[in-house]
Design a protein around this ligand. Structure first.
Ligand SMILES: NC(=O)c1ccc[n+]([C@@H]2O[C@H](COP(=O)([O-])OP(=O)(O)OC[C@H]3O[C@@H](n4cnc5c(N)ncnc54)[C@H](O)[C@@H]3O)[C@@H](O)[C@H]2O)c1
Ligand SMILES: Cc1cc2c(cc1C)N(C[C@H](O)[C@H](O)[C@H](O)COP(=O)(O)O)c1[nH]c(=O)[nH]c(=O)c1N2
Length: 190
């Protein structure tokens, strides 16, 4: 049986669509229940990097997605309590490095409390247009300037316009699902 959110609702003859609206208005979801539910959404894993006057910094992020291709724009959600937040806020440039199947330990390094130098020492980096660190064997890297920031709850949503791209066509993907990493195989040319 699938589990459901328990919300006390008045019994009515309302059509299903209107009853759903009542659930959204009256019920609230506990933080842990929300996280447990979100853990069921598989996502790519990315290391977001920056460099500039605010210093070099990087963190692991799963809250990343495409917004529009005109202009080519992604969004990245960053917790304002993260140690890296001031650097991203000041630099206004970043690179979204999407991880390949070999990057599980690198993802954990950039997602923990590890000192910044130790994080970057664990891999090889280059630069493209903005000066943000590009992970040399990432599946794909989006070098971006931050064009807009929106504050929602604990996080800032950074809207990022891609100004340069770099792809590795001989790597497999990495997905974070159910609080674990899973390799994702691509059909590679023979
Ligand atoms: N968007 C985020 O900030 C985000 C996303 C994923 C993981 N994390 C952090 O990574 C660590 C490990 O996460 P996990 O997935 O193994 O287990 P978890 O139980 O902490 O999180 C499960 C899922 O809930 C969501 N989530 C967790 N913390 C969040 C937050 N502060 N804001 C918005 N969404 C959040 C994410 O989708 C995450 O995959 C935790 O410290 C978690 O806070 C943060
Ligand atoms: C798989 C996975 C996915 C995410 C994270 C972690 C992990 C392991 N973290 C947490 C983030 O990486 C962590 O808070 C930073 O490394 C900052 O940590 P410090 O404050 O520097 O220790 C994270 N944080 C964030 O602000 N947005 C996100 O999308 C994610 N996603």
């Amino acid at each position: 049986m699938p589990s459901t959110l328990n919300a006390t609702l008045p019994a009515t003859d309302m059509p299903v669509v209107e009853q759903q609206a009542v659930v959204e208005k009256e019920a609230s979801v506990e933080k842990q229940a929300y996280r447990d539910a979100m853990a069921r959404l598989g996502s790519a894993v990315n290391i977001i990097t920056t460099d500039g006057p605010g210093g070099r910094a990087g963190f692991t992020a799963s809250a990343v997605c495409s917004v529009t291709d005109s202009p080519p724009t992604l969004l990245v959600c960053l917790n304002r309590s993260a140690s890296v937040y001031p650097a991203f806020k000041e630099n206004q440039v970043l690179c979204v490095n999407t991880l390949a199947d070999c990057h599980e330990s690198l993802s954990n390094l950039f997602g923990g409390k590890t000192p910044m130098e130790q994080r970057f020492d664990a891999a090889e980096w280059t630069r493209l247009a903005t000066g943000s660190p590009i992970l040399t064997n990432a599946l794909v890297s989006f070098d971006c300037k931050v064009t807009q920031i929106t504050r929602v709850g604990t996080h800032d949503i950074l809207f990022c316009e891609a100004v340069a791209l770099r792809r590795n066509d001989d790597s497999h993907g990495l997905v974070y699902f159910d609080r674990r990493y899973h390799p994702l195989m691509r059909q590679l040319a023979c």
